[in-house]
Ligand binder design. Structure first.
Ligand code: ASP
Length: 334
């Protein structure tokens, strides 16, 4: 007697209507886990020399880069665009050791290193020892996107820059009074390197789930000409892989290179199934510390979890995410 039964779709419709009437209003969709973190170098940020004006100026520099990068993610832009934009802004800010205001080598020149890595692929680009490229991070990205290579150095990298139409500047553009004075101090102390801060970097996660990292630096004060640090070495100072994490490091580069530190953090996540925070702690406070190295990292994982940590006195750093976190800090206290 099927004709007496209401058709199934009527029953279903009734049921779903009742359910809709009883159910609470649907929760707003969770915000996509976009997030960005940046650093402006780790090392001795002497609290006695940090005047309120200076602190405010560093904070303003970090905030400008952080918010510009975040705005790109918010508009649905890529993590690669976000990290290159944030790093470019820090390169143009003479307070930081990258681009204008980079520290000077033994000859009094800025010799700049930079790298970018796109966790999708993954693919990477880097430049080392360039002396006339206004924004080395942009050139690193061009190496990745418009050449079959991963890394170019010195004159060859600058020739490529010329071909690609990137802005080249005279060497004097990079040399600020402060860096000239610091070099003089380091020379008098006959230090092969200065203890300095200011290398810049960024890591980000975009709406599509792509991770990216970028780092840029002048390296160490009074370094030997030709010295290359960890920054442009993929896996040492810069690394990104969508499956695990993105990392940008800062500190005494030689230690980061020997530890292959950025890659090792992501390897801990991949192979040992550590959380990002556990992996960073292991690498910085056990491995790097035991080797006598000093520095810090910013790192992000595919869920948007950000870790910013260091074993030095301080690290200029900032983070922002879709859950409302926005933080700018220098010392251990937030
Ligand atoms: N890691 C950079 C280098 O060794 C310097 C720094 O981060 O301050 O070249």
């Amino acid at each position: 007697m099927s004709c007496l039964k209401p058709p199934l779709f009527v029953l279903l419709g009734l049921a779903s209507g009742l359910a809709a009437a009883a159910a609470p209003p649907p929760a707003p969709p969770a915000p996509p886990p976009i997030a960005i973190a940046i650093h402006g170098g780790a090392g001795v940020i002497d609290p006695d020399k940090m005047t309120p004006d200076k602190a405010a100026s560093y904070r303003a520099g970090l905030a400008a880069a952080l918010d510009a990068g975040y705005a790109i993610l918010e508009r649905g832009g890529s993590s690669l665009d976000a990290v290159t934009t944030a790093v470019r802004i820090l390169e143009d800010d003479p307070q930081f050791n990258a681009g204008r205001g980079a520290v000077l080598n033994q000859d009094g020149d800025a010799e700049l290193d930079a790298a970018v890595m796109d966790g999708h692929g993954p693919r990477a680009g880097a430049v080392a020892g360039v002396k006339h490229v206004k924004n080395p991070v942009d050139l690193a990205r061009l190496v990745m996107e418009r050449s079959p290579h991963v890394m170019m150095t010195g004159d060859g990298a600058e020739e490529f820059a010329l071909e690609q139409g990137v802005v080249l500047v005279p060497r004097g553009y990079f040399r600020t009074h402060q860096r000239i004075a610091e070099l003089e101090e380091a020379r008098q102390a006959e230090k092969a390197r200065g203890s300095n801060t200011g290398t810049v970097g960024a890591v980000a996660l975009d709406r599509a789930g792509n991770l990216a990292a970028a780092t840029s630096t002048g390296g160490l004060t009074n370094k030997h000409r030709g010295r290359v640090g960890d920054t442009p070495i993929i896996g040492a100072g810069t690394y990104a892989n969508n499956q695990t994490c993105a990392v940008s490091g800062t500190g005494y580069g030689e230690y980061f290179i020997r530890a292959v530190l950025a890659y090792d953090i992501c390897a801990m996540v991949a192979y040992k199934k550590m959380t990002l925070a556990q992996a960073v702690t292991e690498e910085l406070h056990n491995k790097l510390q035991a080797a006598g190295g000093e520095g810090g990292v910013i790192a992000i994982d595919p869920s948007g979890e950000i870790v910013m940590d260091f074993n030095s006195v301080g690290m200029f750093r900032a983070a922002r995410d879709a859950r409302g976190r926005r933080e700018i800090a220098m010392y251990r206290d937030k």
